[in-house]
Design a binder for this molecule. Structure first.
Ligand SMILES: NC(=O)c1ccc[n+]([C@@H]2O[C@H](COP(=O)([O-])OP(=O)(O)OC[C@H]3O[C@@H](n4cnc5c(N)ncnc54)[C@H](O)[C@@H]3O)[C@@H](O)[C@H]2O)c1
Length: 254
């Protein structure tokens, strides 16, 4: 696998910090040529300076054309990593829901739309979606996040099953808590649910590399998320009871 990554053209969205920065560093260590995308120009510049990468500043939805040009015409691996951790429930305003939908789902759809013609013609390409365990399960206190991460997982699964025989590989990365700015901003729910088992962004990057080497669709940096996923499918009402107890604990913690 290391051989395949040497000189590969890789794009990582939301790579100015957190998991995206760890992915960019790890791909660069493996010898890939990395495009570092972020809305935050200064953060992207810092990571690009460390990795010898190229910066593309701006929204993750609109990165493919510029990144392709920076990489000399070919993108081998696209990491749809940028995401926003929107909390609340139905009372959250429509524009809050729509922003979560736009970044957490539509950025993946728009990138795939632009990548697929090149990848299908070549018969290869790899799409790595940073989803979340919230896409397999649910994050208490955060309906827009949970719903849009379920959407991101559904889209990744759809891509994987539609194009596998045409040489396109897809991975859905579904961590629980990761020590990044997003977790620090997650408030009481993050403290209660995510912080106790949180891992470092570098651990996620390592899991991604293992998942790519094993050609696994579902990448679970917290293996217990797979057990919860199975438990949820096997007895959904029991699962909802246990999550409701967590919700009640959250209400009493405030
Ligand atoms: N931290 C966690 O506990 C955790 C757990 C599971 C999944 N995730 C997912 O991992 C991904 C990365 O999150 P993180 O924890 O590293 O967050 P982070 O907030 O530390 O980093 C996200 C980066 O994305 C950038 N960004 C935000 N919106 C963007 C946009 N529209 N276009 C380009 N860049 C944008 C931000 O400027 C920031 O640099 C997200 O998709 C998130 O949902 C995080």
């Amino acid at each position: 696998m290391a051989e395949a990554l040497r000189n590969a053209g890789v794009v990582v969205t939301g790579a100015g910090g957190g998991i995206g920065a760890a992915l960019a560093r790890r791909f660069a260590e493996e010898g890939a040529r990395v495009v570092v995308n972020d809305l935050d120009a200064a953060a992207a510049e810092r990571v690009a300076a460390e990795t010898g990468g190229t910066v593309v500043v701006g929204d993750a939805s609109r990165v493919v054309a510029e990144a392709r040009e920076a990489l000399g015409g070919t993108i081998d691996i696209f990491c749809a990593n940028a995401g926003i951790g929107t909390g609340g429930g139905p009372e959250a305003e429509d524009d809050v829901w729509l922003q979560a939908w736009d970044v957490n789902v539509m950025a993946h759809v728009r990138a795939a739309r632009e990548l697929l013609p090149e990848w299908l013609e070549r018969g290869s390409g790899r799409f790595v979606a940073t989803v979340s365990a919230a896409g397999l399960l649910t994050m208490v206190g955060a309906a827009p996040y949970s719903v849009t991460k379920h959407g991101a997982l559904a889209f990744a699964e759809w891509l994987a099953l539609t194009y596998r025989h045409r040489g396109i590989r897809v991975h859905a990365v579904c961590p629980q808590g990761v020590r990044t700015d997003m977790l620090r901003a997650a408030g009481a729910a993050g403290e209660l649910v995510l912080a106790p088992t949180a891992i470092e962004p570098e651990d996620v990057a390592e899991a991604v590399f293992q998942g790519i080497a094993d050609e696994r669709f579902l990448i679970l940096p917290h293996p217990e998320a797979g057990e919860y996923f199975t438990a949820r499918a096997a007895d959904t009402d029991r699962w909802i009871d246990s999550m409701n107890r967590l919700q009640q604990k959250l209400e009493h913690s405030g």
